[in-house]
Design a protein around this ligand. Structure first.
Ligand SMILES: *Cc1c(COP(=O)(O)O)cnc(C)c1O
Length: 269
């Protein structure tokens, strides 16, 4: 299949079995080509709904990828990297410390006892979902003399196994966040249902945007909800059509992962 045909298929339905579709990127040229293809897909989705591609930030997700692979991605221009697990992210940050202009984004669930790792090196944390964690991060960030951009993770799929706050709990949660001065609240994040049915996936993204629009009428001082982080390799076009400002894309850039998604998300396939 040509790249444009792949893009057409992906436009119309979410894809979650990405093996075969995305071979492992093994050279700087592979990464450049994959990044260009993803940018084209972003532009295509934006065009369909009259948005500018400049409103959408592409966050490359390097989880499970080894350091050699990350260096190729860097050479191809990646300066932000998303990682799901705090220890893996911290290890890569240490081993790649010569790449001084890389910004690390932790996008996966964080236990309170790992807050100190994230406070040390991350620029962004996208999975904030408890006040206990907010407090632990804030305390550690103060000790480090650092700040952190954060996204509040919302469970829009209704799956009990997914992380994130239930939508009805987000308003009170947001009101409590100004007490943590090192946390710079940028917006909301979600993972859609892993489903081949585009309309069910779209419902999750639409719920996040609608919730954000409602909350924006009453955001406390210092809190911004401008950003919506939603969409990954299999569904980011739908997310962009529904208002995503950040898309988190791993396999379409790095190649399919060996491990199943259930390793990252409870209840995943
Ligand atoms: C792995 C991951 C992604 C990216 O998924 P791909 O299928 O590799 O694009 C996005 N968001 C989160 C939270 C992830 O853990």
């Amino acid at each position: 299949m040509s790249e444009s045909n792949v893009a057409e298929v992906l436009d119309t339905q979410p894809q979650h079995d990405l093996h075969g579709r995305y071979p492992k990127a093994q050279s700087v040229a592979d990464f450049q080509r994959n990044l260009a293809t993803v940018q084209q897909r972003i532009a295509g989705a934006c065009a369909r709904v009259g948005r500018s591609p400049q409103e959408v930030r592409l966050l490359p997700v390097s989880k499970t990828m080894d350091e050699a692979s990350i260096r190729l991605a860097y050479a191809a221009g990646c300066r932000q990297l998303g990682e799901n697990k705090p220890q893996e992210a911290h290890r890569k940050w240490q081993n790649l410390s010569d790449l001084t202009d890389v910004q690390w984004s932790v996008i996966g669930h964080l236990q309170t006892n790992k807050a100190k790792l994230v406070a040390r090196f991350a620029s962004e944390f996208q999975a904030l979902d408890s006040l206990r964690l907010a407090e632990a991060l804030d305390r550690r960030l103060q000790l480090e003399g650092r700040q952190l951009d954060v996204f509040v993770q919302v469970n829009t799929s209704g799956e009990a196994s997914k992380y994130g706050l239930p939508p009805e709990a987000v308003a009170d949660f947001i009101q409590a966040l100004p007490q943590f001065p090192t946390l710079k609240v940028r917006g909301l994040m979600t993972l859609a249902l892993l489903s081949a049915e585009g309309e069910r996936v779209r419902t999750c993204f639409r719920l996040l945007r609608t919730l954000r629009d409602q909350l924006q009428a009453d955001t406390p001082p210092g809190v911004s909800l401008n950003e919506l982080s939603m969409g990954m390799s299999g569904d980011f076009e739908i997310a962009i059509e529904e208002g995503a400002t950040v898309v988190r894309v791993g396999q379409a850039i790095f190649g399919a992962r060996a491990l199943p998604d259930s390793y990252y998300w409870p209840g995943g396939e």
